[in-house]
Design a protein around this ligand. Structure first.
Ligand code: FE2
Length: 381
C-alpha cells in the first residue's frame, strides 16, 4: 500500500498543500500514464458556494443543431427512444464554440451522449478544464478527490485501499446508488463530462436513467399532484459516511428544491428527487412524505424503459445532463490488491438553481417537435 504523500505548490504567492490519497497500487514504483490525475485533497476549509444566475449555453444553440449533427463523417445513433445517443467519428476536443452550444442542447434532449474513441483523456488538464467551463462555472466537490493543481477535475478513483470496499455500500445488498450529482447544492449541476482513464476489463459500468421519461410516464393527475411540492436535499449523510473528515473543504449543507423541475432549455419537466440525497417533502408529515418519495424512487429506478448502461472502453467519454438524468456506478468488479483500479474523471459545470415553471408543459407542447439526432446522410446502414 502507498501511504499519503504531501506536495506543496505555490501560486500567486500563496502556498497550497496537496495530500495524495492512500492507494493500493504503489505509484512510486509503477509507471502509470494517468498518475497525475490521482486524487488529492487540500487540508483546510473554504467558503460556502454562493448562488448565481445561470444562462445556459443550450439556449443560444441552433434548435436544429446543424453544425454538430452535420459534422463531416460523424455518426449519431439513438441508444433507446427515451435516453441516450451514441456518437462516433467526432472528436469532442475539436468542437467549435457553436458546436459545444449544440452539444449542450443535444445532451438536454437526449440526457446522455456516449462518445466513442475520443482523444479527450490525452488533451491535457488545461484544455479539459476549458472544455467543461464552456457550459458553466466548474464545481469543486465538498470532499471528493482533486487533481493536483486542478480542483475542478474530479478523479473518481477506486482500488483495494481507496474505496473499492466502500463504507457506503458494505451494508447494502448491491452497489446501486441512483443519484443526481450533488443535488444538495443550491445551483444544480448541468452539462457534465465523465470519462475513463483506466477501468477493469469486466465490470465498473455506469447506469443512467431519464427522469424526464419517468415523469412523463406518470398519469396527468399524479403529475399535477407533484407540481409545487418542494423537498430537502442533504449533503450531511455523505459527510457522515466519509471515512476521512479531514478531506472536507466545505461544511455540508441542505437545500430545498422542487420535486418537479423544468429544464430551462427544453422546457420539459422531470422528477427531481433521488434516494441518495433527497430527504423530506416540505410541509408533509413524515409518513406522507415517505410514501410519495418511496413511490417516486421505485418508479424512477425500476422503469427499464428509460434506463441505459454504459460500458467503458478506452476513449469513451460521456456527456450527460445532470438536470434530467440520474446515474449509478457499479462496483461489481473483482478487486486485486495492488492491481485493480477504476479511475475516471468528471468535469461538472454548475447550472441554474432548479425551478418549476407551471406553464412549462404548455410551452413544451407548442414547440415544434425536436429534430431527431440522426441527420440524413450521416446514418449508418
Ligand atoms: Fe455521480
Amino acid at each position: 500500500m502507498a501511504t499519503a504523500t504531501v506536495e506543496t505548490t505555490e501560486s500567486s504567492g500563496a502556498k497550497q498543500d496537496w495530500v495524495q490519497f492512500e492507494t493500493s497500487i504503489d505509484y512510486g514504483k509503477s509507471e502509470y500514464k494517468y498518475a497525475s490525475y490521482l486524487p488529492h485533497y487540500v487540508p483546510g476549509k473554504q467558503s460556502p458556494l454562493i448562488e448565481f444566475e445561470h444562462q445556459d449555453v443550450g439556449l443560444r444553440a441552433d434548435p436544429e443543431k446543424k453544425a454538430l449533427l452535420n459534422a463531416p463523417g460523424a455518426v449519431f445513433e439513438e441508444i433507446t427512444p427515451a435516453i441516450g445517443t451514441e456518437v462516433r467519428d467526432l472528436q469532442l476536443s475539436a468542437l467549435t464554440s457553436q458546436q459545444k452550444d449544440e452539444l449542450a442542447l443535444l445532451a438536454a434532449e437526449r440526457g446522455v451522449l456516449v462518445f466513442k474513441d475520443q482523444d479527450f483523456a490525452d488533451i491535457g488538464k488545461d484544455r479539459q478544464k476549458e472544455f467543461g467551463a464552456h457550459f458553466g462555472p466548474l464545481h469543486v466537490h465538498q470532499h471528493g478527490g482533486q487533481t493536483k493543481g486542478y480542483p475542478e477535475l474530479l478523479p473518481v478513483y477506486r482500488d483495494f485501499t481507496a474505496g473499492a470496499v466502500d463504507n457506503e455500500i458494505k451494508n447494502n445488498v448491491s452497489s446501486i446508488k441512483w443519484h443526481t450529482d450533488m443535488s444538495y447544492e443550491i445551483n444544480g449541476m448541468g452539462t457534465t463530462i465523465f470519462f475513463c482513464l483506466s477501468t477493469p476489463k469486466s465490470g465498473g459500468d455506469t447506469l443512467y436513467l431519464s427522469t424526464t421519461a419517468a415523469y412523463e410516464n406518470l398519469s396527468e393527475d399524479y403529475r399535477r399532484r407533484l407540481h409545487g411540492l418542494y423537498a430537502t436535499h442533504s449533503g450531511f449523510e455523505q459527510a457522515k459516511v466519509a471515512d476521512h473528515k479531514e478531506r472536507y473543504i466545505r461544511d455540508p449543507i441542505e437545500t430545498v428544491h422542487p420535486v418537479v423541475r423544468t429544464h430551462p432549455v427544453t422546457k420539459k419537466n422531470s422528477l427531481y428527487v433521488n434516494r441518495l440525497y433527497t430527504r423530506r417533502i416540505q410541509n408533509y408529515k413524515e409518513e406522507e412524505s415517505a410514501s410519495i418519495l418511496n413511490f417516486l424512487y421505485n418508479h424512477i429506478e425500476h422503469g427499464q424503459d428509460w434506463h441505459i448502461r454504459v460500458h467503458w472502453t478506452p476513449g469513451t467519454v460521456v456527456v450527460y445532463d445532470n438536470r434530467n438524468t440520474q446515474h449509478s456506478a457499479l462496483r461489481d468488479f473483482n478487486v486485486r490488491e495492488g492491481e485493480t483500479r477504476r479511475h475516471m474523471l468528471r468535469i461538472t459545470p454548475q447550472a441554474e438553481r432548479p425551478f418549476f415553471d407551471p406553464k412549462a408543459e404548455e410551452s413544451a407542447a407548442q414547440k415544434p417537435a425536436s429534430s431527431t439526432t440522426e441527420p440524413s446522410g450521416n446514418q449508418p446502414n
